[in-house]
Design a protein around this ligand. Structure first.
Ligand SMILES: Nc1ncnc2c1ncn2[C@@H]1O[C@H](COP(=O)(O)OP(=O)(O)OP(=O)(O)O)[C@@H](O)[C@H]1O
Length: 208
């Protein structure tokens, strides 16, 4: 596959809530096989931007061109507390039109929570629910993943496993865009932007 065209192109995106102008001309290009980060203070508009990129929110102005299939992992989990992990996988399998759950089960192993397959969501810790949230966004193997604070609630081991998984995805040409207010570990990203005053600026503090 040619790498010439960006996987995601964002041009001059604006969004206001009433008079509160949150995004004021966001530009971005993301290529295949990249691990990208957007950092910014609480309330700077990171989740708003991600919702727009995921097609969940309409911008007031501007253009977003992305792949047809996107994996979106919102900050708040969208899980039903009465259903088990496996029932969630089955629901999403049908929604995505997948023939089976091999990839989903592989992801449970990678994130180390296969033992919870028959557990109801209401009995799981916040970190384990977040792992399922990630698997649901990933199980149809989309070329682009939009992850909003994906390691929220993770312990150190889960955090390491998340980055291993992100590395594996990058190696096979998938791209991840991670939104976080935690600005450490930024050397892990190939591309890093800071959302500041409604615009994305290249973050010069990135290491590596
Ligand atoms: N639906 C909404 N209606 C009105 N204001 C909103 C709405 N959603 C977000 N906002 C406001 O827009 C601003 C940006 O919110 P957003 O959640 O995008 O920021 P964020 O950078 O993701 O914050 P955090 O790091 O706290 O998650 C905030 O001031 C927020 O209060």
């Amino acid at each position: 596959m040619s790498d010439a065209r960006p996987l995601l192109e964002v041009h001059d995106v604006h969004k206001a809530y009433g008079r509160h102008r949150v995004l004021r001309g966001v530009d971005m290009e993301l290529r295949a096989g990249r691990l990208a980060g957007v950092v910014g203070e609480n309330g700077s508009g990171k989740s708003t931007l991600l919702r727009i990129l995921a097609g969940r929110l309409r911008p007031d102005r501007g253009v977003v061109k992305g792949p047809g299939r996107i994996g979106y992992c919102p900050q708040e989990t969208v899980l039903n507390p009465a259903f088990t992990v496996e029932q969630h996988l089955e629901l999403f399998r049908v929604a995505y039109g997948l023939p089976g759950l091999d990839r989903a089960h592989e992801l449970l192993e990678t994130l180390h929570f296969a033992d919870y397959r028959r557990h109801r969501i209401g009995t799981l810790s916040g970190g384990t629910q977040q792992k399922l949230n990630l698997v649901l966004a990933l199980m149809h193997d989309p070329p682009l993943l939009l992850l909003d604070e994906p390691y929220q609630g993770f312990d150190w081991e889960a955090y390491q496993r998340f980055w291993e998984l992100a590395g594996q995805l990058r190696a096979v040409g998938r791209s991840c865009l991670v939104v976080t207010h935690i600005a450490y570990d930024t050397s892990r990203f190939d591309d890093l932007w800071r959302l500041d005053a409604g615009r994305l600026v290249d973050d010069a503090r990135r290491g590596g």
